[in-house]
Design a protein around this ligand. Structure first.
Ligand code: ADP
Ligand code: MG
Length: 213
C-alpha cells in the first residue's frame, strides 16, 4: 500500500465513520452516553479535511495526520485511544515507501498495547480492546504464514468482527453504573464495532485501490 493508496484508504475510513454515525451511537446508547458515533464522525470529518489538503506525503504522514487530528479534535478518552491506533501505525511504517503486511500487523499490535496502557482495559472488559486483541492474533498468524497485506487486513477484519461479537454477552468492567454494566449484556460494544468497521473498510478500500492499478 503506497502513499497514494494510504491516503485513499484513510479517506474511505473517514467516509465510513461519517456514514456509521447513527449506528455506532445506538450501541453506545445502551451502556454509555450514546455519543460514540457522533465522536467518531466528528473526528473523521476533521481528519478528512486535513488529509484532503495534504499534497505529496508519505504513508507515515497520512496515518500521523489522522491520529493527530483525532487527538486534537476529540475530547474525553476517545481522542487518545482512537488516535493512538493511527499514530502507532504511523510509527510502524516510518521510512517505508509502502505499508507492508508485517509493519501493519506490528503497528496494530503496538496500538492495542497503547490502548490498554492508556485506558487500563484488558480483553474481556467489553471495550474496543476485545476486537483489537482478536484482530492482532489473526494478523500475527497471517504474518507467520507469509500472507500479503490484503490477506492480513482481511483476516484482521474477520478477527475484529469475532471480537466484537464476543462483547455481546459480556458485562462492561469499564462502564459507568452497575446498572448500565448489567444492562449491556446482550448488546455489542460500540468501540469494538468501530474497530471491526475500521479493518473491514481498510480491506475493501485497499482491494479497490489494487484493482485500479
Ligand atoms: P466516551 O466513553 O468518552 O463517551 P465514546 O462513547 O466515544 O467515548 O466511546 C465509547 C467506547 O470506547 C466504548 O464502547 C469502548 O469500546 C471504548 N472505551 C471506553 N473506555 C475505554 C477504556 N478505558 N479502554 C479501552 N476502550 C475504552
Ligand atoms: Mg460515549
Amino acid at each position: 500500500m503506497n502513499a497514494k493508496m494510504t491516503k485513499s484508504c484513510l479517506l474511505a475510513v473517514a467516509n465510513m465513520f461519517e456514514e456509521k454515525k447513527e449506528e455506532l451511537s445506538s450501541y453506545d446508547a445502551v451502556i454509555g452516553d450514546g455519543d460514540h458515533g457522533i465522536t467518531m464522525a466528528r473526528g473523521a470529518k476533521a481528519a478528512k479535511a486535513k488529509l484532503t489538503e495534504m499534497e505529496e506525503a508519505t504513508c507515515r504522514d497520512y496515518f500521523k495526520i489522522y491520529g493527530r487530528t483525532l487527538v486534537s479534535t476529540l475530547g474525553g478518552a476517545m481522542g487518545p485511544l482512537f488516535g493512538s491506533i493511527f499514530l502507532e501505525l504511523s510509527k510502524a511504517v516510518k521510512g517505508k515507501e509502502a505499508v507492508d503486511a508485517a509493519s501493519f500487523a506490528q503497528g496494530f499490535e503496538n496500538a492495542m498495547n497503547k490502548v490498554m496502557e492508556l485506558g487500563g482495559a484488558k480483553p474481556g472488559d467489553k471495550t474496543m480492546v476485545d476486537a483489537m486483541a482478536m484482530a492482532v492474533d489473526a494478523m500475527n498468524e497471517a504474518v507467520t504464514a507469509g500472507d500479503s497485506l490484503v490477506e492480513i487486513l482481511e483476516k484482521g477484519a474477520k478477527g475484529a468482527k469475532e471480537g466484537m461479537e464476543a462483547t455481546i454477552p459480556m458485562i462492561a468492567n469499564r462502564g459507568r453504573s452497575r446498572y448500565a454494566q448489567e444492562k449491556a449484556i446482550g448488546h455489542q460494544d460500540a468501540g469494538a464495532t468501530s474497530i471491526a468497521y475500521l479493518l473491514e473498510t481498510l480491506t475493501i478500500a485497499l482491494k479497490e485501490e489494487i484493482s485500479h492499478e
